[in-house]
Design a protein around this ligand. Structure first.
Ligand SMILES: [Zn+2]
Length: 358
């Protein structure tokens, strides 16, 4: 049978990392433990999936990709391959942590040896959710590597992992593609959407941008943004708006909110009406800025920017970032949103008696 040469199954920006992994494997320099990092939506799991397939397949093609037809490939596709073990947060637990029992189950010859005579893959994802005892247990496993076993840790926040774990892994960090490269890949995959806007909302990560091409999700963003603006303009009650925010996905909401506030600060005019002593320079002249995350909301954000005192705006933004970086599982979300929106209303309301406030 004549096979037509297929295009590369991985996006172009992942191909150098793929070649490096294959090269290491062919040279017999493959690590026992790999820490795969990079921003959300860059393609860590896509690369890991291709790697898992190729390590478990016994009939790879000339480029090193899995055949998709052998018994191992079929088991993997069915999700029943005994040599691929997924370790993730405890589904019953509320903490979202990976618990020690999950790691202890891996220890011992039985857990680390392949059943089908090839590689054994243990995927720990997201690795920064390992709790302290789980991390300690994993450390012991990493210190006694078993042959033909790859322990792969996936994390967007590798700095939250203990240094002792990081130092025992080979680190592979996936970098974002250039904007042109990302758009070339993304545009044909999101017909009917503004690919450039999606890519900005996804902070340049193409797979995340593809995920955002969802009319309901974009409509929710518009709705929450309208509420955010209405609170600032005194047309909406902060507490009522907090109740609406409470229904939204927290990660998404924190990301959008941080984007709105940081764009607003970028659009702040100088000299600022609430900070007249600031030296006059022309930062406010950037116009419909191409460097904004929310370029589609630039006009409204620019109008709000004049009402927010820049230093207070920066403090507000820092609180959002801190919440986004912290463990949000035990957060009283409604209380948090109420506090934030009350502060936001205060920040954007011209106060009596403040110097320079119109
Ligand atoms: Zn195969």
């Amino acid at each position: 049978m004549i096979q037509v040469a297929e295009s590369h199954p991985l996006p172009p920006w992942l191909q150098p990392s793929w070649s490096a992994l294959l090269g290491a494997r062919r040279a017999d320099r493959f690590p026992h433990a790999l820490l795969l990092t990079g921003p959300r939506g860059v393609g860590k799991r896509l690369l890991l999936e291709a790697l898992t397939q190729t390590l478990l397949c016994h009939h790879q093609d000339a480029r090193g990709f899995a055949c998709g037809q052998c018994a191992d490939c079929l088991l993997l596709a069915a999700g029943t391959h005994p040599d691929r073990v997924l370790v993730g947060p405890d589904e019953e637990g509320k903490s979202g942590d990976i618990k020690v029992d999950a790691i202890r189950a891996l220890a011992g010859t039985e857990g680390l040896t392949a059943h089908r005579g090839g590689w054994k893959l243990i995927l720990i994802d997201p690795a920064h959710r390992l709790n302290v005892s789980a991390a300690n247990a994993l450390l012991k496993t990493l210190e006694e590597p078993a042959p033909s076993t790859l322990i792969c840790l996936v994390s967007e926040q590798p700095s939250r992992l203990p240094a002792t774990i990081r130092s025992r892994c080979q680190c592979l960090r996936l970098a974002l593609p250039t904007e042109a490269e990302a758009l070339a890949w993304l545009s044909p995959r999101v017909p009917g959407f503004a690919a450039g806007t999606l890519l900005r909302l996804a902070h340049g990560a193409p797979l995340r941008a593809q995920e955002l091409a969802d009319r309901d999700r974009l409509a929710l963003r518009d709705k929450l943004f309208a509420g955010f603006v209405a609170v600032a303009q005194g047309r909406q009650d902060p507490l009522a708006e907090a109740a609406a925010w409470h229904q939204a996905d927290l990660t998404l909401l924190l990301d959008w909110l941080a984007g709105w506030v940081s764009d607003l600060l970028r659009l702040a005019p100088y000299p600022h009406p609430r900070h007249p002593a600031a030296p006059a320079h022309s930062l406010g002249q950037y116009g419909p800025a191409s460097w904004l995350i929310n370029s589609d909301k630039a006009q409204v954000l620019a109008a709000l920017a004049a009402r927010v005192e820049p230093a207070a705006g920066h403090r507000f933004l820092r609180r959002i970032w801190q919440a986004a970086a912290s463990d949000t599982s035990n957060l009283n979300r409604l209380l948090l949103f109420e506090t934030w929106l009350l502060d936001w209303a205060r920040l954007t309301t011209p106060a009596m008696g403040r110097p320079g406030v119109p």
